[in-house]
Write a protein that binds this ligand. Structure first.
Ligand code: IMP
Length: 199
């Protein structure tokens, strides 16, 4: 089987996070027919792997097997250098069952203060995986580096966006226009690699 995605291919997008689904739709530029896993009533598999790549593959494979269609999944998160890469793959989990990112951002700030950290370097990672039902899969990873800034600023993005200032900018991701974030984000960079591999 040729690992190519023709324009108009129907892709099941295996994310239940509306912020990520919207950004993926913006980045995929109307190129594919996207169907949200939530619309198909697919359950969210437990993320049992220890890396972004492992979890993205797990989610794409689960969606491809459940639907019999080509599936795209993302696993992403924020890594903080002074916290040895935490929250990392636990980024969503730090927000608790209520998905409270004000709480998660406070937790990052508290951990940095407890550690007496002076270096607030951080990066977002996005792993994107495409899986064919019963078949192969392709996975890539993109990253954007920056610095954390407190208190949180801006209400445009989602998750940890209000505390992340990408390198070379003064605004947080939460203050930026979505098109600006989409031009440099970890997800956009991962997608550029996926395009190179599959289109
Ligand atoms: P998962 O990929 O569904 O496990 O969740 C990753 C978590 O990382 C999200 O819930 C967000 O909190 C965080 N995250 C990933 N990408 C971004 C982003 O672009 N901005 C802000 N937070 C993000």
């Amino acid at each position: 089987m040729a690992l190519k995605l023709e324009p108009g291919t129907r892709l099941v997008v295996a994310t239940h996070n509306p912020g990520k689904a919207r950004e993926l739709a913006e980045i995929l530029e109307g190129r594919f027919e996207l169907v949200a896993a939530g619309e198909l009533g697919l359950p969210e598999p437990e993320e049992t792997e220890t890396t972004f790549v492992g979890n993205a593959l797990l989610k794409a494979r689960a969606a491809a097997e459940a639907t019999g269609q080509i599936a795209l999944a993302d696993d992403s998160g924020l890594s903080v250098k002074a916290l040895d890469g935490a929250p990392g793959i636990f980024s969503a989990r730090w927000a608790g069952p209520g998905k409270d990112f004000a709480l998660a951002m406070r937790k990052v700030e508290e951990r940095l203060e407890e550690a007496g950290a002076e270096d607030y370097s951080a990066w977002f990672t996005s792993a994107l995986a495409v899986a064919w039902p019963g078949g192969p899969a392709v996975v890539v990873e993109g990253r954007v580096d920056g610095t954390l800034s407190f208190p949180p600023r801006g209400d445009k993005g989602f998750g940890y966006d209000p505390i992340f200032v990408p390198a070379g900018f003064d605004q947080t991701f939460g203050e930026m226009e979505p098109a600006t974030k989409d031009g440099l984000s970890h997800r956009a960079r991962a997608f550029a690699k996926l395009k190179a591999a599959l289109l």
